[in-house]
Design a protein around this ligand. Sequence first.
Ligand code: KG4
Ligand code: ZN
Length: 332
Amino acid sequence: MAIILGIESSCDETSAAICIDGQIHSNIIANQTIHEKFGGVVPELASRAHQQHIIPTVNEAIREAKIHKNAIDAIAFTRGPGLLGSLLVGTSFAKAFAMARKIPLIEVNHMQAHILAHFIEDPKPAFPFICLTVSGGHTQLVLVNDYFDMELIGQTIDDAAGEAFDKTAKILNLPYPGGPLIDKLAKEGVPRFQFPEPQIKGLDFSFSGLKTAILYFVQQQIAQNPNFLQDNIHDICASVQERIISILLKKLRRAAEHYHINQVAIAGGVSANSGLREGLDKLAKEEHWDAFIPRFEYCTDNAAMIAIAGYYKYLYNDFATQDIAPLARWAI
Ligand code: KG4
Ligand code: ZN
């Protein structure tokens, strides 16, 4: 039997999870609401909040899994990519815990973990599959050959998809993080405004032009009608969301065609978006794909995905040493 404690602290959620023989028994997430009033994550505040949250979050994960901390066989932590100060808290905690309890330490790449979240529950994708990983900091198309054999086949050349949601929300005077709120408002809107689709070759993405187009459009409309935003917020959100989704799914389809693969998955915070989930399901039917969409709680940042990634590394005896340091940037 293998009991793995997973720790996630790469951005603004402190999370701890317990994985027992590949099954998640707890997944505790402490959100940091302090950033809302600043309209984005403030790194210094994030790392301080991680310091406050980490021990209670781990205790809660152990309690909920109904195990004793002495039973933990290994501790897995997010080494990167992410905010360095935030990563340092999780890394230091994991190193201290491993040293004190004399158990192995396991480093996990956050972007690999988003993809490995697909191995928490059934149905699981078969290798090789293509995963579209869309989060606040990344937009990647990944060819997944095996648990830790992943090839980056496309990525954003500027903003990430989550950033496109969050920056649009700012333009629309909506609070941070904008993604979930745009998703909610879009449900009651009609996508009647046309925003441009970037013409980027191959499997790469671009979102910065869209953001600028939305900004100019909103400014022009407000000049004519000062209440434009209030009067049309649902339709604007529906239009923006539809365009972001069409950009993402177009490249996903292109990747599947190019690699002749019909196992297709989405991961990362933006995969919680209801329009993207519906869009992928619809496209999968048309294309005869098997589509894999994680449960909501495993889309946004969570330690269950770190614990499951740690579990597979544990099976491979792939352990880290005490001199390990976090990495703000780390290729998949
Ligand atoms: O994976 P994640 O939790 O953190 C990073 O690793 O970045 O992703 C956070 C991103 C944010 O940009 C947030 O606005 C977006 O995911 N997001 C959503 C939704 N839920 C979270 N975007 C669109 N629709 C959602 N429902
Ligand atoms: Zn993430």
